[in-house]
Design a protein around this ligand. Structure first.
Ligand code: CTP
Ligand code: MG
Length: 557
């Protein structure tokens, strides 16, 4: 079941964040055919960006007929694709086949006349669709079919995976349940594109690109949208024709540092979003961070957004993670599982602090998979050795070169199952010499720690930096003891297969339930345990109910 799910998932992901086609180690005759379909990260990004530029976002009335809505919009041109979702309002994302349809739609769009408040005139690709005649029965009877853009709760997930029969299936179901959907990815690119429309007014040829978990293949529904304002496109038009008698240069404002330049640009865009752009709320300019950013929430999409500029290394590490996730199907599945486990136990948190981050966890999974007796993925140095001249990439003196053509990477001989790998992951980190050693995915080998931070994970591209510098000893200890407990749970008899005896939570479900051996005082522990037994009780109840109903919701996807 698992392999076929992963294959079908890859087909569904065709052209989305995932690799277009999963690699298959067995078929040799069709290998070249498959290879042709695997798109590079850059190709996928460009395709998505272009698609987003032909798309609009509409808020719609609660009840309206899908057919008449589409009929009306198609008078502006052919529609390639569309979907509906619910945030504050019911919304539609509509992708036209031609860009000029948008200009035509804008020509036919009116500025609302405010009766009481004043409004700042602003034109964008976000519109409100109004019904002219609310009594029109044919038009207002139906509800639009909305697709969910958020993840189900951990309790619902536990319920769902309890219906599976093997640990491997549970892991696959978790991944399938939490990964970004085609539509969610479209929405993410559209929000970037809308922001680009604004930035472009000041900086023609700039672009706004998503990075981080929105595009690295490890994003969970509901994750933040990390964006990067790229001004390099402006410089690219340079042509040095020294054979000409003269050359002409632009006048540029001089600023003390590149950091100051980034801060200036972000200040401007942040002000703009705050003052003029409807739907961008809670704008915070966090300019003194190591990587300055503007944070806001984008209401029509429901995304929490982080906009950065001059952040090319993060873009490169996104591409690296994307590549690792595409090399072997087990990488993404294991990362999703470890991230979900970590979130369930408060190892990671949505609040910034001394916690381990998702990015650090991903690096730990990658390192672990490199360290298998038969490595499942190559080291970063091996990926660099496979690179050719076109792949060469140096950012501010940091060598960020690695192969980008996945077909040059040979398929691993390792045949371990996801269930085995999960168990081994817990054992590996339950016994890792964190005190002395640093995790290094470039070498695929632990190195002696260069400094005293409790957890040291070398930044793959800025090699003097520690990705997990923020993590304190307490948080590291929690991770280690929960990893040990995870290993212990999976070692118990019957823990990797559904129990014939009935309703006991097993496998991943057992791993995701609150831990009882957590550090903390006795009262706290007791409370936790009570919480756990409450959750187990309600889980058992719902399982019994769904069984006695003679159907099981969890399997009907
Ligand atoms: N990044 C980095 N070095 C860090 C932190 C982050 O290079 N110390 C880059 C990584 O490419 C990361 C991206 O910035 O993927 C975004 O960071 P963040 O939002 O913290 O992580 P995500 O991978 O997006 O995960 P999450 O779903 O938790 O947002
Ligand atoms: Mg992120």
């Amino acid at each position: 079941g698992c392999v076929s799910f992963l294959r079908s998932a890859s087909v569904r992901n065709h052209g989305s964040v995932g690799p277009a086609v999963q690699r298959e180690s067995t078929s040799s005759s069709s290998q070249s055919e498959i290879n042709r379909e695997i798109k590079s990260f850059a190709e996928l990004q460009n395709e998505r960006q272009e698609q987003a530029e032909r798309s609009v976002l509409l808020t719609c009335p609660q009840k309206v007929s899908e057919k008449s809505l589409l009929k009306y919009l198609s008078k502006y041109g052919d529609i390639n694709n569309y979907f509906f979702y619910e945030s504050f309002d019911v919304c539609a994302v509509v992708e036209f086949s031609q860009k000029n349809s948008i200009a035509m739609l804008q020509d036919g769009t009116v500025m609302p006349a405010g009766k009481h408040e004043s409004c700042i005139p602003f034109k964008s690709r976000v519109f409100t669709l109004k019904i002219n005649n609310p009594d029109d029965q044919a038009n207002t009877r139906q509800s639009l079919p909305c697709l969910k853009q958020s993840a189900i709760s951990i309790n619902e997930l536990v319920e769902r995976i309890s219906a599976e029969t093997t640990l491997d299936e549970q892991i696959c179901t978790l991944t399938k349940t939490y990964e970004l959907t085609e539509e969610n990815v479209r929405l993410r690119f559209l929000v970037c594109s809308l922001l680009q429309d604004i930035a472009i007014q000041y900086f023609p040829n700039c672009s706004v690109k998503p990075f981080g978990s929105s595009v690295n293949g490890f994003g969970k529904l509901g994750c933040d949208l990390d964006m990067f304002l790229d001004l390099d496109g402006i410089k690219e038009q340079n042509s040095n024709k020294t054979s000409e008698p003269f050359s002409v240069e632009y006048h540029l404002k001089r600023v003390p540092s590149e950091r100051a330049a980034t801060q200036n640009v972000l200040t401007l865009i942040g002000e703009c979003l705050d003052r003029f752009v409807p739907g961008c709320v809670g704008v915070q300019k966090i300019l003194n961070a190591r990587c300055p950013l503007v944070r806001f929430s984008h209401q029509p999409s429901g995304f929490q957004c982080d906009l950065t500029a001059n952040n090319r290394i993060a873009m490169k590490s996104t591409e690296m993670l994307y590549l690792y996730g595409s090399i072997d199907v087990r990488v993404r599945a294991l990362v999703f599982t470890v991230r979900t486990w970590a979130r369930a136990h408060g190892i990671t948190s949505s609040i910034p602090g001394a916690w381990i981050t998702n990015f650090s966890l991903t690096m730990m999974v990658i390192f672990f998979l490199q360290k298998r007796r038969h490595a499942i993925i190559p080291t970063l140095d091996q990926l660099k050795a496979l690179a050719d001249a076109k792949d060469k990439h140096i950012i501010d003196g940091n060598d960020c070169t690695f192969v980008r053509d996945i077909n040059k990477i040979s398929v691993s001989e390792n045949t371990e199952t996801l269930g085995q790998l999960l168990q081994e992951f817990f054992e590996f980190y339950g016994n890792f010499a964190f005190q002395k050693m640093s995790i290094n995915i470039r070498k695929g080998k632990e190195q002696t720690k260069p400094e005293v931070s409790p957890l040291h994970i070398q930044n793959p591209f800025e090699q003097t930096l520690n990705v997990s510098k923020n993590v304190n000893q307490t948080q590291l200890e929690r991770f280690v003891s929960l990893a040990r407990e995870g290993a212990w749970i999976l070692q118990q008899e019957g823990m990797t297969k559904a129990s014939v005896l009935g309703y006991r939570p097993w496998g991943l479900a057992a791993l995701l339930l609150p831990s009882t051996s957590d550090t903390g005082n006795k009262a706290k522990k007791r409370r936790r345990r009570e919480g756990a037994s409450e959750r187990i009780k309600s889980l058992l109840e719902s399982l019994k109910n769904s069984k006695s109903d003679g159907k099981n919701d969890a399997t009907s996807e």
